[in-house]
Design a protein around this ligand. Structure first.
Ligand code: SAH
Ligand code: SF4
Length: 356
């Protein structure tokens, strides 16, 4: 199988071809014109097009399934070249708005949620992705391709900026090298030009890797999937908490280079009867003391066979109000795409079943 050219940073492409200024043109064809055939790159000499064709593929995935939610969220299932599948979600954060004359006031705002692995090794007890175990890491090109494919499929103009959250399938920090490369390719000004400030890496808390990501000084944000305030419950939810406990994560977060205007996001998955009580809220306030934090409460999203239950809206709101009253910023993640297979891993599971 030929490597995908999406796996190349511009610097790598410059080094691989002569003359190197052609790399910029190739990037523009792929990321601005959404061209998926080297032969269509008309300003390249024919010999170069042929060489590229011999050496590389462009798109390493295709759309296998797609579900559109009534709120505009679109969930994709992609097939990779080895037949493995991963999910991505396009979230419409704000609709485009027009004035009474039909003039555009502002464009729609998008966030893309991308996967970094096929499956996941972490094995969280509430997560459907974990049930299928771990298959393999995605290469950088396969991470980049998800955003490119979504932009193309939705006719999103090249110059429209969007946000990326690494919150799809897999643990991004368990695939750090390819993640870092994808971050770099995404932010290339001749490519998708998605500034690292618009990219958020969500992690279940591999504390030593949080340090490694910080040391790379990429300028990305981090989101910590905290979910529990004591190590006993956290280890039940996220088994590797035994090796990377809450204290070690908090310490790593304190060392992480953060833009002074920004906050570290702590995700807190609310599970009925497990972590949705007042005493957990109290402990959370204490735990995050001294950190510029923002808490995002997430409703547990049940799936067939899951043992946990979705919390009531009242308990979510009471939890949120307690945190806010004690000085924390706190939002409740609106359950975008609730009518489609919204939680991590659910579209893959459904499609796999249908194909069986
Ligand atoms: N592995 C990383 C990123 C991918 S998981 C991490 O764990 O942070 C992305 C998010 O989906 C996590 O915050 C996780 O808690 C959430 N998630 C997983 N299963 C869920 C479910 N059943 N309901 C709601 N959120 C879920
Ligand atoms: Fe992996 Fe994240 Fe799912 Fe845990 S929640 S199993 S870390 S994808």
């Amino acid at each position: 199988m030929k490597p995908t050219i999406l796996d190349c940073t511009k610097a790598e492409l410059c080094a691989a071809i002569t003359p190197s200024f052609r790399a910029k043109q190739i990037f523009q064809w792929i990321y601005s014109q959404y061209v998926d055939d080297f032969d269509a790159m008309k300003n390249l000499p024919q010999t170069m097009r042929t060489t590229l064709q011999e050496r590389y593929d462009i798109m390493p995935l295709h759309i296998l399934n797609k579900e559109v939610s009534s709120d505009g969220t679109i969930k994709y299932l992609f097939a990779l070249r080895d037949g493995k599948t991963v999910e991505s979600v396009l979230l419409r954060m704000k609709e485009a708005q027009y004035d009474s004359n039909g003039e555009l006031l502002h464009h729609a705002k998008y966030t893309v949620c991308v996967s970094t692995q096929v499956g996941c090794k972490v094995g969280c007890s509430f997560c459907l992705t974990a049930k299928g175990g771990f298959t393999r890491d995605l290469c950088a090109g396969e991470i980049v391709a998800q955003v490119l494919a979504l932009k193309k499929d939705n006719n999103i103009a090249a110059e429209r900026r969007l946000n990326i959250v690494y919150m799809g399938m897999g643990e991004p920090l368990d695939n750090l090298e390819n993640l870092a490369k994808a971050i770099t390719i995404f932010s290339d000004e001749d490519g998708l030009a998605i500034s690292t400030k618009r990219q958020t890496v969500s992690t279940s808390g591999l504390s030593s890797r949080i340090d490694q990501l910080g040391a790379m000084n990429l300028g990305v944000h981090i989101a910590i999937s905290l979910h529990a305030v004591d190590d006993t419950l956290r280890s039940e939810l996220i088994p590797m908490n035994k090796a990377h406990n809450i204290a070690s994560i908090i310490e790593a977060v304190k060392r992480f280079p953060i833009d002074t205007r920004k906050r570290v996001m702590f995700e807190y998955l609310m599970i009925k009867g497990k972590n949705d009580d007042r005493s957990s809220a109290k402990k959370l306030v204490k735990l995050l003391h001294g950190i510029k934090a923002k808490v995002n409460l997430i409703y547990f999203n049940p799936y067939e066979g899951s043992t946990y239950e979705r919390p009531s809206k009242a308990s979510m709101v009471a939890f949120q109000e307690y945190l806010i009253a004690h000085g924390l910023l706190c939002t409740i993640r609106d359950s975008k795409g609730m009518d489609i297979s919204a939680a991590c891993g659910q579209l893959k599971e459904k499609t796999d079943q249908e194909m069986r």
